[in-house]
Design a protein around this ligand. Structure first.
Ligand SMILES: [Fe+2]
Ligand SMILES: [Fe+2]
Length: 159
């Protein structure tokens, strides 16, 4: 590592921006899946969670706006490309697709908080923490509807 201190912090900043772009792409994916699945869940058993998914859709839009704002603040142009969207006609598969996406999102936001703090972007880390609280609520809603444990680590291999 012969890089100067500023070089290191520049690359840490670039890594943070790249991570946030991925986060934004995940938020777009989440919006799309929740918009569709909230309308397509069609068994009486899942009517309650369908209403919750509609709520999630609104919150994911708020997250996308917050992340895009931070990307702009860091001097980059926000992505317009969502992560690949998963679709299904099967009620349980829809919920699993959403739950896997929330697991992935939470894992990534944990990394982002660390990366932001490492370069002194404390306010950004706070904003991501607030978003993570809602993602964990989403995870709980989905896991509860599916009858599994919300914490991914304790959920085991069950698909
Ligand atoms: Fe989100
Ligand atoms: Fe979410």
């Amino acid at each position: 590592m012969s890089k100067k201190a500023t070089g290191k912090s520049d690359s840490a900043r670039d890594k943070l921006v790249a991570g946030l772009q991925d986060d934004l792409a995940r938020e777009f994916k989440a919006i799309i899946q929740y918009v569709i699945f909230s309308q397509k869940l069609d068994t009486a058993r899942y009517m309650n969670i369908a209403d919750q998914l509609q709520e999630h859709a609104h919150q994911e839009l708020d997250h996308a706006l917050a992340i895009a704002r931070q990307i702009d603040y860091l001097g980059a142009y926000p992505t317009h490309v969502p992560k690949p969207v998963e679709v299904s006609e099967n009620n349980e598969e829809m919920l699993w697709a959403d739950l896997r996406a929330e697991d992935d999102t939470i894992q990534n936001y944990r990394d982002r908080v660390r990366e932001a703090e490492e370069i002194g972007e404390i306010a950004l880390a706070e904003i991501i923490r607030d978003i993570m609280k809602q993602e964990q609520d989403h995870q709980i809603d989905l896991a509860t509807a599916l009858g599994v444990v919300p914490d991914q680590q304790r959920r085991g291999k069950k698909k």
